[in-house]
Design a protein around this ligand. Sequence first.
Ligand code: SF4
Length: 101
Amino acid sequence: MRVVVDQDLCGTTGQCVLTLPGTFRQREPDGVAEVCVATVPQALHAAVRLAASQCPVAAIRVIESGAGDDERGSAPAPPQAEAERHAAKDQRNPGGHDGTV
Ligand code: SF4
């Protein structure tokens, strides 16, 4: 299992960090959540799903592993997942302006 935070959506509540401080952290100085593990250990799968379901802005996305994936924690992000994330972001913001001033 992998988990990602949509940093454009994150509301910086810190709830996920309080729930799973070894999995999420808040970056300085803006408090946006980051994931600090490449893959989620099996023992934390339920807790990560719970954290994702409790994020008030649905910024946490869980990517379930396929059969045979290894979860030793060193696998890089699959390129397809990143491409999907960017495609979704482009659909939400086709003009390219992210709304920041
Ligand atoms: S719970 Fe959601 S909104 Fe709050 S810090 Fe985590 S990702 Fe951001």
